[in-house]
Design a protein around this ligand. Structure first.
Ligand SMILES: [Zn+2]
Length: 488
C-alpha cells in the first residue's frame, strides 16, 4: 500500500504525491514565545517529528521548517510587565522550547525562522497582496480583503455569510469589512516596530507563516503542521494570503493534530489550563511523555491526566521489558549459552515467530501508511512483544532461533527509528560487549545529535575521537552500537 494522507479538499485520505519527487517540504507553526511551552504545544512538534522520521525512513529528503513568533502583542505586554525587552522574553522561551524539544527527542528543524529576522520578507509579501488588490492600507494598518478570494472558508468548512453574522464590529475599526484581518499593524509610541511603506509597524500574526514558509519551501509545498485550533482562522488566512500572493496552490496536506485536553477543556496558556513542561518532566521521564503522545492517531483528541500518564508509563515499561527479554535471548542464542538451532534446520516455533514478525511488520507499516497512525503502529509492537514472549515460553529458552529473534529485534529497531521512543535506541537493551565508558557513551550521544542535525563534519570528528578511545561506532537499524576495537 502506498502512503495515504488526509486531504482537506476532498475530506478523505489520498495517496501522497510529493510536489518534487523524492523531497518533502514540511512547515510547522511554531510557538508564540511569550511563555514556556506546555505539553499541548509539544504534541504538535512530537507528531510532526514522527511524521518527518517516517518520511525519512521511506527515503524522502525532508526539509523541516518551524517558525518562532518572537514579536506579538502578548510578548510586548509580558516584556513591559517585566520591564525587559521583547527580545529578552522571546529568547528565554525559545531556549525553553529547545530544552523541551531535546528532552522529547524531537529532531531539530532545518530552519527556525523568526519573525524579527524576516520583516523585509513579510513587508514584500504584504506589498504583493496590495498590488494584486487583495489587501489595502488604512491609517498605518494593512488588512487582507477576505471577500477578494472566493476560496476563503473552504479549508475550515465555513460559510462566509454565517461568519459575517458572528463578527463583532469594533469601534474605531479601520477595516472595509469586519471579516478582514490585519497583515500589518501600526506601532505607536514605545511599541516595537519597523519602518515600512505604511509607516512604523509590525507584522500581523498570520502573514509571517505565509512569508516564511514560502521563503524556505517554495510557493507550493507538501505538508503543513499545527494544532487543530489553528485551522481557523490562522491556517485559513495563511492559505488565502499565500494563494493570492503567489497565484499557486499553497499546501498539499494539512497535518492538524488533535488537541490535548486537561479535564474538560483544552490545554491552553491563555486560560491558565495547562501543566508546565518542566514540572511534568520533573515527575515523568520524557520518554514516557513522548510515548503517551504517540500512542494514538495524531489527529485524535488526547485526554491528559495523571492516570492516563500512569497507564502510558505501564505500557512503555512493558515494551522495554519485552525488548530486554528479546535482547537477552538473542545474546544467549548468539553466544551459544543455550543450544541454538542448527542453520538449515527449521525450528517450528522459530518459523512461527518469523512468520509472526513478518505479519507484524506488514501491519506496522500499513498503520504508518494510513495517515501516520502511530497509535495503531505501537499496537503492533505490543503484539510483537507478546509473540516473542509466547515463543520464549514455548521453547523454554532452548533451541533458540537466532535468525527469527534477530528479525524481531531489527523490526523493533526500525520502529524505534521512526517513533523515537527509546532514548538510546536499542543499544539500551544491548546485552553485548560489556560496559562502555561514560566518556565514550557521551561522545556517541553527541555524534548522534550531530547526525540528526545533518552535521556530518562534526559527526565524523566525533567518530574519530571515539575511535581514539578504542571504540568503533556501528550504525545499525536499531541505532548506533559501540564495539571495542580489537587489537589496538
Ligand atoms: Zn502559522
Amino acid at each position: 500500500m502506498s502512503l495515504q494522507i488526509y486531504d482537506h479538499r476532498s475530506r478523505s485520505k489520498r495517496p501522497f504525491v510529493p510536489v518534487e519527487p523524492g523531497k518533502v517540504g514540511l512547515y510547522v507553526c511554531g510557538l508564540t514565545v511569550q511563555d514556556v511551552p506546555h505539553l499541548g504545544h509539544m504534541f504538535a512538534f512530537v507528531a510532526c517529528d514522527m511524521i518527518r522520521r517516517y518520511l525519512e525512513y521511506r527515503g524522502f529528503e525532508v526539509t523541516h521548517v518551524q517558525n518562532f513568533t518572537d514579536i506579538d502583542d502578548k510578548i510586548i505586554a509580558r516584556a513591559q510587565q517585566e520591564n525587559v525587552s521583547a527580545e529578552t522574553v522571546a529568547q528565554r522561551n525559545i531556549d525553553a522550547f529547545h530544552t523541551a524539544a531535546d528532552a522529547l527527542r524531537i529532531l531539530p528543524a532545518h530552519h527556525y525562522p523568526r519573525v524579527t529576522e524576516h520583516v523585509p520578507d513579510i513587508v514584500a509579501f504584504v506589498e504583493r497582496l496590495i498590488e494584486s488588490g487583495n489587501a489595502y492600507a488604512a491609517e498605518g494598518d494593512v488588512y487582507f480583503r477576505v471577500r477578494s478570494w472566493p476560496g476563503y472558508g473552504r479549508l475550515s468548512g465555513r460559510d462566509l455569510d454565517d461568519m459575517r453574522s458572528g463578527v463583532r464590529v469594533e469601534v474605531g475599526d479601520r477595516k472595509e469589512d469586519p471579516l478582514d484581518f490585519a497583515l500589518w499593524k501600526r506601532s505607536d509610541g514605545d511599541t516595537p516596530g519597523w519602518e515600512s511603506p505604511w509607516g512604523r509597524g509590525r507584522p500581523g500574526w498570520h502573514i509571517e507563516c505565509s512569508a516564511m514558509a514560502t521563503r524556505y519551501l517554495g510557493n507550493h509545498f507538501d505538508l503543513h503542521g499545527g494544532g487543530r485550533d489553528l485551522l481557523f482562522p490562522h491556517h485559513e488566512n495563511e492559505l488565502a494570503q499565500s494563494c493570492c500572493a503567489t497565484g499557486e496552490a499553497f499546501v498539499n496536506h494539512w497535518l492538524h493534530n488533535g488537541l490535548l485536553y486537561l479535564g474538560k477543556s483544552k490545554m491552553s496558556k491563555s486560560d491558565g489550563n495547562f501543566l508546565a513542561l518542566d514540572t511534568l518532566l520533573s515527575r515523568h521521564p520524557a520518554a514516557v511523555l513522548r510515548f503517551f503522545l504517540l500512542n494514538a492517531h495524531f489527529r485524535s483528541q488526547l485526554d491528559f491526566s495523571e492516570d492516563r500518564l500512569r497507564e502510558a508509563a505501564a505500557g512503555y515499561d512493558r515494551l522495554r521489558r519485552g525488548a530486554q527479554n528479546l535482547s537477552n535471548a538473542l545474546a544467549a542464542g548468539r553466544n551459544g549459552g543455550t543450544r541454538t538451532v542448527v542453520p538449515g534446520l527449521v525450528s517450528l516455533p522459530g518459523a512461527a515467530l518469523a512468520e509472526a514478525a513478518d505479519h507484524r511488520r506488514r501491519r506496522f507499516f500499513a498503520s504508518m501508511d494510513d495517515d501516520f497512525n502511530s497509535g495503531a503502529a505501537v499496537g503492533e509492537l505490543f503484539g510483537l512483544i507478546k509473540d516473542v514472549n509466547h515463543y520464549l515460553a514455548a521453547t523454554d529458552g532452548r533451541g533458540l532461533d537466532v535468525e527469527a529473534l534477530q528479525a524481531v529485534f531489527d523490526l523493533l529497531g526500525e520502529a524505534d527509528g521512526i517513533l523515537g521512543i527509546f532514548p538510546d535506541g536499542l543499544a539500551e537493551f544491548d546485552a553485548g560487549p560489556g560496559d562502555v565508558p561514560d566518556e565514550v557513551g557521551e561522545l556517541a550521544r553527541l555524534r548522534q545529535v550531530a547526525r540528526d542535525g545533518r552535521n556530518w563534519p562534526e559527526a565524523d570528528e566525533l567518530r574519530g575521537r571515539i575511535r581514539d578511545l578504542g571504540w568503533d561506532v556501528e550504525d545499525t537499524p536499531s541505532g548506533p552500537r559501540l564495539n571495542p576495537i580489537v587489537g589496538t
